[in-house]
Design a protein around this ligand. Sequence first.
Ligand code: SF4
Length: 319
Amino acid sequence: MTVRAMGAFSGGLDGLLSARLLMDQGITVHLATFHSPFFSAEQGRKGAALLGVPWRSIDFTGEIMALLAAPPSGFGRGMNPCIDCHAAMFRILWETARGEGFDFIFSGEVLGQRPMSQNRGSLNRVRNLSGTGGILLRPLSALLLEPTKVESQGLVDRTRLLGLSGRNRKPQIELAGKMGFTNIPTPAGGCLLTDPGYSKRLRTLMDRGLCTPDSARAIRAGRMFDLGDSVALVGRSEQDNRKLEEHPAGVMMRLDGAAGPLGMLIGKPRRDNLTALARLMVLYARVPGTIRVVAEGVGPFTAAAESPEKAESIAVRLP
Ligand code: SF4
């Protein structure tokens, strides 16, 4: 009988090693990486290619947006609801895997590697919240955890699993060498919800009822200004401008006939907040002479100033 397992895989070394441990036992492994406005599946795609196993990405946007609004287990240091996020990922992964005839799911989690979300209590809580019971295997720390149903039913050989714990990466790096991985992936991380600066921006959006997948993506770029019940973004560079254009989450503002920052107003457009954004655009434009600003989607709107120093003189005329 072929045993089949599906892994939750961010693309990091721990996930890679977990998958290989199982593959070395003759288990058929597939991998899945979740993506949302806060983390991408790209590193997972690359990691799975190193192993040469089937891989898929799963859109997690709806789940993570709901968790951000009300995470039953609370947030970590930033806006990261890690316990509930992991639990939801495993629940979805098992629903998917079970529907396709897989025998169990696994992850690269290591006991004690992250003090808050991967201590023994958190690992057990995630398992219980996910509703996956005994079919969630953590191959790298299995010997330090209670045997799962997967092990007691003989689907995997527990003696060939590991008992790693803590933050020291040396054992994993040595194991990667023994397994012949020459290109060791950098730690996956990469979740914006753990970033203090981004978390602050996101909190501002949420407190004003402005958080959507598009606005959560838009605030990854540009300078951000809190305008009370709305938020303004002003591009700092061409790259910022491009990112803002890729994720329109409100009224877009641009300089008329001149290169410069792109602006975005997230929230209900009114004369006062459009004026505030137009002023910011002019201030950061640093273009000599008269500057005209045009906005899209709010009718024939323009604002002009003779120079950045005159930004305060801008008064917006709405149709
Ligand atoms: S770091 Fe981000 S993706 Fe990972 S469990 Fe926490 S919230 Fe979810």
